[in-house]
Design a protein around this ligand. Structure first.
Ligand code: NAP
Length: 333
């Protein structure tokens, strides 16, 4: 069993004057925050929010220096909670992790046991970070749409940002559940890969970001999973079928968007807000059990790039530049 050493390697982002200095450092175990569980991190993953956490004006990091990494999976090496004995494997993400307390881009982390998810049977630690925050958000989006009544016979579903973390996992989950899922992407070279994953068709990004003088257009989508935000929500709302809903989780294209009331008052459309970070722990643990079973994304191991701490500069720059192709996962042990 691994024990917590006095120092270990971590990727740290520190705001100095008007810039953020980032890179791999030796970090003192004494500087880990309080919490019941000390974890030897096996895997973390790179999420868009982690990129923002390393930007001066990213509005994500709430402490400095910060070890980013909003999710992590690993083995408990010290425990003050009998429910998670030393040796147990856990997943932790969201809440303040990688934002207001040190996160997963380090060989060791410490988290409150009330934030820990026991690794579900059917998903190993590496797979859990291939899913990561992005895949968890995709699963939560599907669950929220289905809670409102969506089912595969309802009609086609649109997923935007389809080559990214949330988008690709949403395509993979929906296709596996029997939905007719359409993928919107800005990457021409990714069409074949998305079709192979199970997309029924592709929409170029231009089509789903186009402006229109019309408040409503032809009813097309029974539902949508959108992580792009400003650029795509107006199109989605104009084209949802009567009673349809969009699960809105992200803002890769920006935050403010313009629409009219007509999709809501003439078609009963709904925007379902998706927040994975503050989801209560009981719901979080239950959803991970489902991700390991009936919500397991198709082809989980595909489109995965592994990096170590020294590869994080490139991965963070890549996700901020919209170059995501599936998921970057970070090997720590
Ligand atoms: N609410 C939550 O709980 C939660 C959880 C996780 C993530 N998020 C948010 O969800 C968003 C996506 O996260 P992610 O980790 O999936 O990021 P990602 O891997 O970078 O994926 C985002 C995708 O959006 C598309 N895109 C990028 N820039 C765009 C632009 N300017 N206009 C239109 N499309 C653009 C790209 O896909 P294509 O090239 O295929 O078009 C890109 O791959 C982020 O805003 C993130 O903060 C929210």
């Amino acid at each position: 069993m691994t024990h917590l050493p006095a120092t270990f390697q971590a990727y740290v982002a520190e705001k100095i004057d008007d810039r953020v200095v980032r890179g791999v450092r030796t970090f003192a175990a004494d500087d880990l925050p309080p919490g019941e569980l000390t974890v030897a991190v096996a895997w973390s993953s790179v999420n868009y929010k982690d990129g923002l956490a390393t930007l001066v004006d990213g509005k994500v990091a709430r402490i400095s220096p910060l070890i980013p990494g909003v999710d992590l999976a690993g083995t408990v090496v010290a425990s003050d909670d009998a429910a998670f004995p030393v040796g147990s494997e856990i997943i932790a993400h969201g809440y303040d992790i990688g934002v207001a307390r040190h996160g997963g881009f380090a060989e060791y982390a410490r988290v409150p046991s009330t934030w820990a998810v026991p690794r579900p049977v059917g998903l190993d630690l590496r797979e859990s970070m291939i899913v990561g925050t992005a895949g968890f958000t995709a699963a939560l989006s599907v669950v929220q749409l289905e809670a409102r009544g969506l089912e595969p016979t309802a009609g086609p579903i649109l997923v935007t940002g389809a080559t990214g973390g949330v988008g690709r996992k949403a395509v993979a989950i929906l296709a596996e559940r029997g939905y007719e899922v359409w993928a919107a992407t800005g990457k021409d070279e990714a069409h074949a890969e998305l079709l192979a994953l199970g997309a029924a068709g592709i929409l170029p990004r231009d089509e789903v970001t186009a402006e229109s003088p019309r408040p409503l257009e032809r009813e097309r989508w029974a539902g949508a999973v959108d992580c792009v935000g400003a650029a795509t929500l107006p199109y989605i709302l104009r084209t949802l079928r009567w009673g349809g809903a969009v699960a809105a989780s992200g803002n890769t294209s920006g935050a403010a968007f313009s629409t009219t009331v007509f999709p809501f008052i003439l078609r009963g459309a709904a925007i379902l807000g998706i927040d994975s970070a503050q989801l209560p722990i009981d719901e979080r643990r239950a959803l991970w059990e489902r991700i390991a079973s009936d919500l397991r994304p198709r082809e989980l191991g595909a489109a995965v790039t592994e990096v170590g701490l020294d590869g994080l500069d490139g991965a963070l720059d890549g996700i901020l530049a919209g170059r995501a192709r599936g998921r970057w996962i970070v090997r720590l042990h």
